[in-house]
Design a protein around this ligand. Structure first.
Ligand SMILES: Cc1cc2nc3c(=O)[nH]c(=O)nc-3n(C[C@H](O)[C@H](O)[C@H](O)COP(=O)(O)O)c2cc1C
Length: 190
């Protein structure tokens, strides 16, 4: 368990915040992989992304290719939801917020420095991600010079954080909303 109903809401908040930060720092932590949901044309669309960084304000940072469908969707509607689950602690965290795309700006250029060697190929395919191909080998083609022209950083700015921890008959469900610099918590019926 990450927390119990005996903990105060500020204590639970501190635990949730700590664990989310660990997801960005520890490649083996279950929160390293986030299900990111955006708004497709007529239905939600979800995909896994790697949590690359988490800052003091609990903004999440993901790396992507600016040509992906999610980027187009975010340009249309920046509302999004992030979902993580910790199997060992039986805790689900759902975070609602907005996504901001950083492309060819100071932040994306700074983050690009962290992408070294062959890892740069993930953002440099000759054909755009999602393009239909007649032969799978056509996907493995990159220009001789790799660069950051398609590299984008998604900054997810959280607005509400809801956690559910399963525990037999005593599940615990809490919700926190951002108010200025503070996060106000409340208990919910699981
Ligand atoms: C474990 C895992 C981690 C992934 N991490 C990322 C990532 O950090 N960024 C990313 O753009 N896509 C990542 N992907 C691929 C996405 O899930 C998705 O297939 C791709 O980004 C295209 O999504 P879209 O067409 O909805 O934009 C990952 C996939 C898996 C299975």
């Amino acid at each position: 368990m990450l927390f119990t109903s005996q903990n105060s809401l500020p204590e639970i908040w501190a635990t949730l915040s700590h664990e989310l930060h660990r997801g960005a720092l520890d490649a083996k932590h279950p929160f390293r992989y986030v299900t990111l949901a955006t708004n497709g044309e007529d239905a939600p669309e979800q995909r896994m992304v790697v949590l690359r960084k988490m800052d003091e304000e609990l903004n999440f940072y993901f790396f992507t290719d600016s040509r992906t469908a999610k980027v187009t969707q975010i340009q249309e509607n920046s509302n999004a939801e992030c979902l993580v689950y910790h199997p060992g602690k039986r805790t689900q965290i759902r975070v609602k917020g907005r996504l901001h795309i950083h492309h060819q700006d100071e932040l994306s250029q700074e983050m690009w420095k962290r992408v070294q060697g062959d890892a740069q190929k993930a953002y440099n395919s000759t054909l755009s991600p999602g393009t239909e191909i007649a032969d799978p080998d056509l996907a493995y083609d990159w220009p001789a010079e790799l660069d950051d022209r398609f590299f984008a950083v998604l900054q997810f700015i959280p607005e509400t954080v809801e956690a559910l921890q399963l525990n037999g008959l005593t599940h615990v469900r809490v919700s926190f909303s951002k108010s200025g610099a503070d996060w106000n918590g409340k208990w919910l019926v699981p």
